[in-house]
Design a protein around this ligand. Structure first.
Ligand code: C5P
Length: 407
């Protein structure tokens, strides 16, 4: 079976008049790479930003623009296109197009097509951040959401107009991932997954802390894989330099205590909890209000006290989710991991060796995964791929456990 995300799916891609329309060229390619058949419909304003010829060449199909054009209607008329589409994706979707959809206008081909189609609709808005934040747009988006239209993004960051803020078109790769999640519902659709990632910083004073070398890459990859499987994902992250995977809700924390508080707040009605974070085991007993000064003495004693064990706290919850721990060890990996699985009463543990050049900071990793009835080695792979393989195991064991509990 092909692992292409959108194999054999018919996608009508609507392109509207936004400077982000140049990204549609890349989007067409990526949709096709994912296995989709793509037919592009452009508004006239879109043609001011990118030529129909570009999108025609990349999609390998004629581009439709005019509603009342006999030639275009004979190629594939708007009613036929409306029926052909498994999904309609509009990217970029301008503020005006969003308003036209709300009112069911038919003054151009794209809005007429949306009105005539029973196919599901996803839109990726792109506009100036003030236009996006305007109550008119926000209320329009609310109305469309209530009608079942899927809103992809927008992202925030620098904008073509020179401003900063929310309103950027999602990157084409993220649009394809988000669309794939909608088109081919994953095994975790309707499930909620909470994940911790990265290191914690335990402050000694306002400028110094005790930390560790965790980059957060594994936890972020696991969050991405859970999202790809269709879950609602909450990622609680210590200080890292990573971008949030598309569609994932991220909560930033610093200390173990803050991570614990965020986990406890997010845990309600969650199905799976995955503890990827390298949480500090100890923190300074006292955090000084001002910077600790260098003294005459050549020794400084730190008084440490243990931090709260987040994983154990989750396992001790009354309605505990399926709980997965990580065991990063420098030696006797299997022994320690199996001991931790039983001692901490976990549903699964993913063990890996850490040390110079392996585990932390690097892009590749290997895992040995244990659960009460079995184990499996996941060989060296990119953290993205490894996280997908781990998620497959988690999904299998989650459903195995729940079917025995329910039978
Ligand atoms: O026992 P150990 O700390 O090695 O267990 C590691 C596992 O426990 C990891 O999954 C880690 O995220 C989690 N952990 C935690 N809270 C702590 C310490 C570890 O959730 N304070």
């Amino acid at each position: 079976m092909s692992n292409k995300l959108l194999i054999n799916k018919n996608i009508v891609l609507g392109v509207t008049g936004s400077i982000a329309a140049y990204k549609s060229a890349d989007l067409v390619r990526r949709l096709r790479e994912a296995g989709a058949e793509v037919r592009v419909v452009m508004t006239k304003a879109a043609c001011e930003f990118i030529t129909p010829l570009t999108l025609q060449t990349l999609s390998g199909q004629p581009v439709a623009i005019e509603l009342l054009d006999a030639d275009q209607e004979s190629a594939m008329g708007h009613i036929k296109l409306a029926r052909w589409a498994d999904w309609i994706l509009i990217a970029p979707a301008s503020a005006d197009l969003i308003a036209r959809l709300v009112h069911g206008r038919t003054n151009d081909l794209l809005s007429a097509l949306c009105l005539a189609s029973e196919s599901p609709l996803a839109i990726a808005p792109a506009m100036n951040n003030k236009m996006w934040e305007n109550k008119a747009t926000q209320e329009n988006v609310e109305i469309l959401t209530a009608r079942g239209v899927q809103i992809l993004g927008p992202a925030s960051g620098g904008q073509a107009c020179g401003e900063q803020g929310e309103g950027r078109l999602l990157e084409p790769t993220n649009i394809v991932q988000e669309l794939a999640r909608l088109v081919v519902p994953g095994k975790l659709q309707t499930k909620k997954v909470v994940i911790t990632a990265g290191p914690t910083y335990e402050h000694l004073d306002p400028v110094r802390y005790i930390g560790n070398k965790s980059s957060g890459k594994m936890g972020f990859a696991v969050a991405k894989a859970a999202r790809e499987a269709g879950a609602e994902v909450i990622l609680i992250s210590g200080p890292v330099h990573l971008t949030t995977p598309a569609g994932v809700q991220r909560i930033d924390v610093e200390s173990a205590q803050q991570m614990y508080d965020a986990v406890m707040e997010s845990l309600g009605s969650s199905n799976i909890f995955i503890a990827c974070a390298a949480v500090a085991d100890y923190r300074p007993k006292q955090v000084e209000d001002s910077k600790i000064k260098k003294s005459q003495h050549d020794q400084l004693q730190l008084n440490l006290t243990s931090t709260v064990d987040i994983l154990s706290a989750v396992v001790n919850q009354e309605n505990k989710p399926f709980t997965v721990g990580f065991a990063a060890e420098t030696e006797r990996v299997i022994d320690y991991a199996q001991d931790k699985l039983h001692r901490k009463n976990l549903d699964m543990i993913a063990a890996n060796k850490v040390g110079k050049g392996i585990g932390f900071e690097v892009d590749e990793n290997a895992l040995h995964v244990f659960w009460p009835q079995g184990s499996q080695k996941l060989p060296l792979a990119s953290k993205t791929q490894l996280a997908r393989n781990l998620m497959t195991l988690i999904i299998e064991q989650y459903y195995a456990k729940n079917s025995t509990q329910n039978s």
